[in-house]
Design a protein around this ligand. Structure first.
Ligand SMILES: [Mn+2]
Length: 340
């Protein structure tokens, strides 16, 4: 099954041009590749959006709706400060050719072929098996937080440990559901997840350790037995858990949200089969950000930037020049200001 994996759209009025460009390229790609599923893995909004001029609310909703005219769209909630509670329900109300479905934790969905194309159908509670014509099994886990995980915990004596166990139990439970639901069919399982995973790399170069908060390990995610894990939250595209064969990917943010994000923004075009997958990167064609740091040794005009680091073709380059007060730069060129 072919799917398109997007995440971290961070839609906000000030960046509407970039967000809408990313969505246009995603739609074009989904059409060209005839994907059966489009996944938005959280942080669709950057913050609560008012339906007022300048917010581009209607354009964002329309552009995401247009994705669902190509293929069914599966969404999950991201970080609560970005996808504010209740802010994604609007998408389920749209009159699109295919459904837009907000995936809830602990519930199984099947991607299903109908004469009109692909659909996402929630499995009825207690259903033992996928429909014989199902093309994929689908699970969604929004960013882990105490609020929704606590509702899955019976014993509240040791809140922190109990909630961690609840998250691990959720992944193990999805694994058990998968084995039952797919015992008679050979279809891939796709897990959509928003949040950190131990072992992931941040833009700063730091690697997340396993110790903190509700952050799952790659072994926790592996309990699901998914054939592709479409993740959101970390903005630098990467695969996580490859050493244990985990097919978990952050596709990265849909545009560079700030200058610290130096990756080429895009989405993952995924071909997933039971037990195997391939990933191709699709660029959203935004300029990359590059910061070049250098030191002025004699004066500004003798700077040889190329000597320090190759400039990426087409990049937005920020030049950071460090100079020594004793060299009298301020006297010669004036105090640093916007144009320095
Ligand atoms: Mn994000």
């Amino acid at each position: 099954m072919k799917l398109l994996h997007l995440a971290d759209l961070h839609a906000r009025g000030e960046r509407a041009k970039e967000v809408l460009q990313s969505l246009r390229i995603a739609k074009k790609t989904a059409l060209r590749e005839t994907v059966s599923l489009i996944v938005l893995a959280g942080d669709t909004w950057d913050r609560a959006v008012l339906n007022v001029a300048g917010a581009h609310f209607i354009e964002f909703v329309t552009a995401i709706g247009e994705l669902a005219d190509v293929a069914p769209v599966a969404m999950i909630y991201g970080t609560p400060t970005h996808d504010v509670e209740g802010s994604l329900e609007v998408f389920e109300t749209l009159d699109t050719r295919h459904p837009i479905t907000l995936l809830q934790p602990g519930i199984a969905y099947q991607v299903f072929n109908t004469p009109n194309g692909s659909e996402i159908i929630q499995m009825p509670e207690g259903a033992a098996k996928l429909h014989p014509l199902a093309t994929a099994l689908l699970f969604g886990v929004p960013e882990p937080n105490k609020k929704w995980l606590t509702s899955m915990v019976d014993n509240r004596d040791d809140a922190e440990a109990a909630i961690r166990n609840a998250l691990r139990g959720l992944f193990a439970g999805l694994g058990a559901m998968r084995r039952g639901l797919t015992s008679h069919v050979s279809v891939p399982t796709v897990l959509v997840y928003h949040g950190q995973v131990a072992g992931a790399r941040l833009q700063t170069g730091d690697i997340l350790d396993a110790g903190a908060g509700l952050r799952p390990s790659v072994d926790d995610l592996a309990l699901v037995g998914a054939d592709y894990i479409a993740m959101g939250d970390i903005h630098e595209p990467q695969r996580v858990g490859e050493s244990i064969g985990l097919p978990a990917y952050y596709c990265g943010s849909a545009y560079p949200v700030d200058f610290g994000e130096t990756h080429e923004a895009g989405c993952n075009l995924v071909n997933v089969l039971p037990g195997s997958h391939t990933v191709a990167r699709i660029s959203f064609e935004h300029p990359r950000n590059q910061t070049i740091r250098t030191t002025a040794e004699r004066d500004m005009f003798s700077l040889d930037v190329a000597k320090h680091e190759p400039v990426i073709q087409g990049a937005r380059v920020k030049l950071e020049v460090t100079c020594d007060k004793d060299h009298g730069f301020a006297d010669r060129y004036g105090a640093p200001d916007e144009s320095s």
